[in-house]
Design a protein around this ligand. Structure first.
Ligand SMILES: Nc1ncnc2c1ncn2[C@@H]1O[C@H](COP(=O)(O)OP(=O)(O)OP(=O)(O)O)[C@@H](O)[C@H]1O
Ligand SMILES: [Mg+2]
Length: 410
């Protein structure tokens, strides 16, 4: 019955993409329904896995969809449908009220009114709270981490050491569940500045009509935040292919959006040394990006499936809170889990725990005081591995490798 987090995330993305498509075709009612399903999947994800690292990102996203629903309902005078309102988003549970804002405290109250207005327009895109993900929690992906440190973290700390400038655009690509979003969240947590989290799919619908004007507004907001407050700004565009991808039937608006994006990227890349504005794009369909865009992301980093050493570490990391019998033989598990993504491995660890919890409930003793599930053992892992196949196919991996041969840029 229970859905794995990756499945829930995938279904949220699927519904969102569907909603955007319907939205752009003017099918409001159906678009609203799909947005609602996307929100439901995200809310479920957050409820089932309350400790999930990316929950804040998901809640921001759900909020963005909900705002879009509101806008659609208002524009069509559909308020009377409030009764059937979308899944309620309970922010209070997820966001401690005393949360450390992404906003640096030193700059408090010094913003120009101009920035405030621009910000208000895109309020739902600026993360109010930093995701609490640290570099250590991102297993493996050393290339990707190094590239981000080199082009974002170090220049931010010592711009004077980079007389020739540094890259401002980073594209993270690779199969689902390997840590693209997680990496961006870790980078955001590291910087003392603003993190603007843009989900390209929802942006596309939000921006329909006034699309390219709004793109320039978004970048303008990012620039003025950076200039007026002197703090770095990281613009993270998840699922960037839905914004910049090539499409069969391009409507004029989309072409203009792309052109505007190119202009903005050129603006960032040509900026003076003082500018601390970065764009990280993430996609699992890099081949749908045009050459023009690729060129503007000087770093193009393949976020790969975990290798044996990383799988060992993933098993270690995700079994820390579990009660394992004796010492877990992670290296043995790593050997038999070739081809599994990081998120698959996390799901496997979760499933193993569910298995022993189920056993306890089925024994009828779960509600007795002091009863606990039996410790987990290697057989449990092997049984789960048998029934849980990798979510990424070999064909997909081949496609990424081929694309990497041609376009990778570290
Ligand atoms: N390298 C990693 N180290 C530790 N955990 C990871 C790693 N990669 C993924 N995970 C786990 O899997 C979850 C999903 O990863 P994430 O959302 O970053 O994948 P993604 O590459 O962005 O996938 P998608 O292409 O579907 O957006 C993470 O929240 C984390 O729990
Ligand atoms: Mg992602």
């Amino acid at each position: 019955m229970s859905l794995a987090p990756q499945e829930l995330e995938n279904s949220a993305s699927k519904y969102a993409a569907e909603a955007i498509r319907l939205d752009s075709q003017g099918s409001r009612g159906m678009a609203i329904q799909s947005y609602q399903r996307a929100i439901e999947a995200l809310v479920k994800l957050v409820q089932i896995y309350p400790d999930y690292k990316l929950n804040k990102v998901y809640m921001e996203r759900a909020n963005a969809y909900q705002n879009r629903i509101k806008a659609l309902q208002m524009s069509h005078g559909l308020e009377e449908e409030e009764r059937s309102s979308p899944a309620q988003i309970d922010n209070t549970k997820q966001q401690p009220s005393n949360g450390h804002g992404t906003k640096p405290t030193a700059s408090h109250g010094t913003k120009s009114a101009n920035v405030e207005t621009l910000k208000a327009d895109f309020d739902d895109l600026v993360m109010k709270e930093k995701p609490n993900v640290s570099w250590n929690e991102v297993i493996g992906l050393e290339d990707a981490k190094r590239a981000i440190r080199e082009s974002i973290v170090y220049p931010m700390k010592r711009a004077d050491l980079f007389p020739l400038g540094w890259p401002r655009g980073i594209l993270l690509y690779g199969p689902p569940g390997c840590g693209k979003t997680l990496l961006a969240a870790a980078a955001a947590a590291e910087i003392a500045g603003y993190f603007i989290n843009v989900d390209a799919a929802s942006m596309m619908s939000k921006w329909l009509g006034e699309a390219e004007k709004n793109i320039s507004k978004l970048f303008k907001m990012a620039r003025s935040l950076n200039e007026s407050e002197g703090v770095p700004v990281l613009l993270f565009i998840d699922e960037i292919d839905s914004l910049l991808g090539t499409r069969n039937s391009e409507v004029g608006g989309e072409v203009r959006v792309k052109n505007q994006f190119l202009i903005e990227m050129d603006g960032i890349n040509g900026k003076s040394k003082e500018s601390q504005l970065y764009v990280i794009g993430a996609t699992n369909k890099p081949w749908s990006l045009e050459a023009g865009f690729l060129r503007r992301f000087q770093k193009r980093i393949y976020v790969t499936l975990p290798d044996t050493a990383s799988r060992t570490n993933l098993f270690t990391q995700y079994t820390v809170p579990l009660n394992v019998e004796g010492a877990l033989r992670e290296d043995e598990l790593a050997k038999v889990s070739e081809g599994y993504s990081a998120s698959d491995i996390k799901d496997i660890c979760q499933s193993v725990q569910l298995r022993v919890v189920n056993e306890l409930f089925e024994s009828g003793k779960a509600m007795e005081v002091g009863t606990n599930p039996r410790p987990i053992n290697m057989i449990d892992f092997k049984e789960i591995l048998k029934i849980r196949k990798p979510s990424v196919s070999i064909d997909m991996i081949r496609a990424y490798m081929r694309w990497s041969d041609q376009f990778k840029a570290l």
